[in-house]
Every structure is written in C-alpha cells, then in structure tokens.
Design a protein around this ligand. Structure first.
Ligand code: GSH
Length: 213
C-alpha cells in the first residue's frame, strides 16, 4: 500500500512536500483536499487539520511539511538536497520563512483584514526579514547552498512564489534581481511542473492518483 498524501495544490507547505517527494521519486497516493471540506479520513489521521499530511502504511502520520520533505529525501537523495541545503545558516532562513516572513506575507496578502499597517508596510517587513537575506546569498550563487538546489531552496521557494504573486507588477519591477532569477528558475522548472497536477478533490472510493506521475 502506498503512503497517502493529503494535499492542497496551491498550499506552499504542500508544494514543498510534493517537491521533495518528486525529487526523491518516492511514490504516494495523492489526495487533493478542499480546505473548507476536509475529508473525515484526513481529520482522523491528523486532527490538526492542516495540509500536507502523510499517512504511512504502518499508520504513522507525518503532519509537518518539513518532516515530510526529510522523510522523502532520507530515502533517496541523489542530488544531495539534504547535505547541501540543511546547514545551520539555511535552517535559520527556513525558520525565518515559516515564522516572520509567513506572518508578514499573510498580512500583505490580506492587508484589508490587517488595517493596523498598510499593505506596503507588511510587504516591507517581508522584504526586510527574508527577501533581502535571500538576495544577499543569491547574488553570490544561483541557489542557497551553491550552484545546485537543495532542501532550503525547495522549502522557501513556494512562499516566495506566493509573495511574488500578490503584486506581480511590483515584483517584476523590484530590485531583487537575483531572487527574481532564482524564483523564475524554480517556477519554470520541470520539477515544479510535475508537482502541480490539477486534480479533482479526493473522495472515498476514487481511483488512486500515484504521485509523482
Ligand atoms: N506547519 C504546517 C503548516 C501547514 C498549514 O498551515 N497548511 C495550511 C494550508 S496552506 C492549512 O492546512 N491550513 C488549515 C486550514 O486552512 O484549514 C506544515 O508545515 O505542514
């Protein structure tokens, strides 16, 4: 029996999990979830109700995206994503991504719900905590750990993708040239294309969708 991945196509946490599964070539049964109608099977496995959720054949459940990435890459890491992308410095960038950057990103994206600051102020905060440090690193090398991609790139990229999409015209004209190049590389990659299948929401009895395809 294949492990089951409950996932939501556009969720950045789910995208990073699918990127690592795809990179590792570890097959799962992919179940697309509608967040407003989470399947009872998913909630039984992980009452927290966030995606992604990976349910192994043993019954073990992995409910954090980074843990799913590591679980996949430990099995097969031909391009050394773990060795290249899991240094203390890159761990700090990943923590900033999931912490301060995600906080500012959510408020920049839904600024009307957070009127205590302007959208631009939320965006400035996001730039200061993550985009500037990324730019500094990516000016020196194409990826965060050197010339080749690693865990940190795949972990952070889906969130920068979301950030860039909030105001695409601003992003395209922004001074973050190296980060934009890195973003465009990942956006246009074969890996990313393979990770974004459009699926109907899963329901009990539906045929198995094997991922990666
Ligand atoms: N720490 C979790 C966070 C996952 C998360 O928050 N996912 C969002 C979707 S992007 C979610 O499922 N939110 C619950 C909801 O919207 O009901 C992880 O890394 O997997």
């Amino acid at each position: 029996m294949l492990p089951i991945l409950y996932s939501f196509r556009r969720c950045p946490y789910a995208i990073r999990a699918r990127l690592a599964l795809c990179q590792a070539g570890v097959a799962v049964a992919l179940r697309e979830v509608v967040l407003s109608r989470k399947p009872a099977e998913m909630l039984a496995a992980s009452p927290a109700g966030t995606v992604p959720v990976l349910q192994l054949a043993s019954g073990e459940v992995i409910a954090q995206s980074l843990d799913i990435m590591r679980w996949a890459l430990v099995q097969r890491d031909t391009d050394s994503w773990l060795a290249r992308g899991d240094t203390p410095e890159q761990r700090a960038l990943m923590a900033t991504c999931d912490g301060a950057f995600k906080h500012a990103l959510d408020r920049y994206k839904y600024a009307e719900r957070h009127p205590e600051r302007s959208a631009q102020a939320w965006r400035d905060g996001a730039v200061a905590c993550l985009i500037q440090p990324l730019e500094q690193r990516l000016t020196q090398a194409a990826q965060l750990g050197g010339d080749q991609p690693g865990l940190a790139d795949a972990t952070i990229f889906p969130f920068v993708r979301q950030f860039a999409a909030v105001d695409a015209a601003w992003w395209t004209a922004s001074p973050w040239i190296a980060t934009r190049r890195w973003h465009d590389h990942w956006s246009g990659s074969a890996l990313m294309a393979a990770c974004m299948p459009k699926l109907a929401p899963w329901q009990p009895g539906a045929p198995v969708t094997v991922f990666p395809p």
